[in-house]
Design a protein around this ligand. Structure first.
Ligand SMILES: NC(=O)c1ccc[n+]([C@@H]2O[C@H](COP(=O)([O-])OP(=O)(O)OC[C@H]3O[C@@H](n4cnc5c(N)ncnc54)[C@H](OP(=O)(O)O)[C@@H]3O)[C@@H](O)[C@H]2O)c1
Length: 213
């Protein structure tokens, strides 16, 4: 496969956010990947307890972009407060995305509204809630009505809201079915029914996570 057919993203871990550490960390990732440059580099989580200021590590990440190590930069697991600091530090146009957990059981409405208002693109990670979404009767009902799978319904729901979705699978047939979700069109009624499933159920919530919106 040609390099330009792949979109490669890497992330900088929390231990590498300190002064002078972001660039070497990215260089090490590039070396391990065997690449001179990635398409996107994200700050994986904000610094635990905000020990290191957003402006410091995002400033260094922007420098990495200027040096050509990454085509774009972005953030992940950023709250509204962190996004405000990010916008102030590097400007909204430099923030390619905020990659956050979004699926029908955790719709993240407050953060979504803020990101939309600011023009920050969202990437929905764990879009199947690691499989939990697939067991929802309402999702299964909508899937049956469309002759689709529950996973496809969950992914189409995210795509129709304009999010980038990044489901993972170890199975070729699931990967193919997930790609085909882009062709499924959910009705306004389907979208409204899925909206009622939000119960703030977060899967990725480590001890160092920020205070969520
Ligand atoms: N930025 C962050 O902090 C962060 C945190 C968590 C995850 N992520 C990213 O989000 C992406 C996805 O997250 P994830 O893998 O944790 O959760 P996920 O995509 O919601 O769920 C993956 C699970 O769903 C199953 N699955 C996938 N497609 C399926 C299908 N069509 N039918 C039935 N089961 C299906 C997979 O099993 P099989 O392998 O058997 O198909 C696997 O068990 C990853 O790229 C990950 O790096 C980012």
């Amino acid at each position: 496969m040609a390099r330009d057919e792949l979109f490669v993203t890497t992330k900088v871990w929390t231990e590498n956010l300190g002064s002078g550490r972001v660039l070497p960390s990215l260089r090490e990732s590039l070396q391990r990947l065997g690449l001179e440059r990635v398409d996107l580099t994200l700050i994986h989580w904000p610094s635990p307890n905000d020990e290191i200021p957003v402006a410091q590590y995002l400033g260094e990440l922007l420098e990495a972009k200027r040096q050509g190590l990454t085509a774009a930069i972005g953030v992940s697991n950023f709250t509204i407060a962190h996004l405000r600091q990010a916008i102030e530090a590097v400007g909204v146009d430099e923030i390619a995305t905020n990659q956050v957990e979004i699926h029908p059981l955790l719709q993240n409405r407050k953060l979504v509204a803020f990101a939309r208002q600011q023009g920050i693109h969202l990437t929905a990670y764990m879009p199947l809630a690691y499989g939990k979404v697939l067991a929802e009767p309402e999702i299964q009902r909508i899937a049956a009505a469309h002759g689709a799978s529950p996973a496809q319904v969950a992914l189409a729901w995210s795509l129709q809201q304009g999010y980038t979705v990044i489901p993972s699978s170890t199975k070729r047939e699931n990967l193919a079915a997930n790609l085909a979700a882009a062709e499924l069109r959910l009705s306004t009624e389907d979208m409204a029914a899925i909206e009622t499933l939000d119960r703030g159920e977060r899967v990725a919530n480590p001890g160092f996570a920020p205070r969520w919106d």
